[in-house]
Ligand binder design. Structure first.
Ligand SMILES: [Zn+2]
Length: 52
């Protein structure tokens, strides 16, 4: 289940498996689906992850 988190007034979406943050729920959901299925991250998705 993608987690919503507000940081510095902006909403980010977190993949609960790998704990990366994304700017859109769609990306976080895709990441989580991938993580759950393959137990690994997709570099295609994690390159969109937000760094804090
Ligand atoms: Zn993930």
């Amino acid at each position: 289940m993608v987690k919503e988190e507000i940081k510095e007034g902006k909403t980010y979406y977190q993949c609960e498996v790998c704990l990366f943050y994304y700017k859109t729920r769609k990306l976080a959901q895709e990441c989580e689906d991938f993580c759950n299925k393959y137990h690994a991250c997709s570099t295609e998705l994690t390159k969109h992850a937000v760094q804090f």
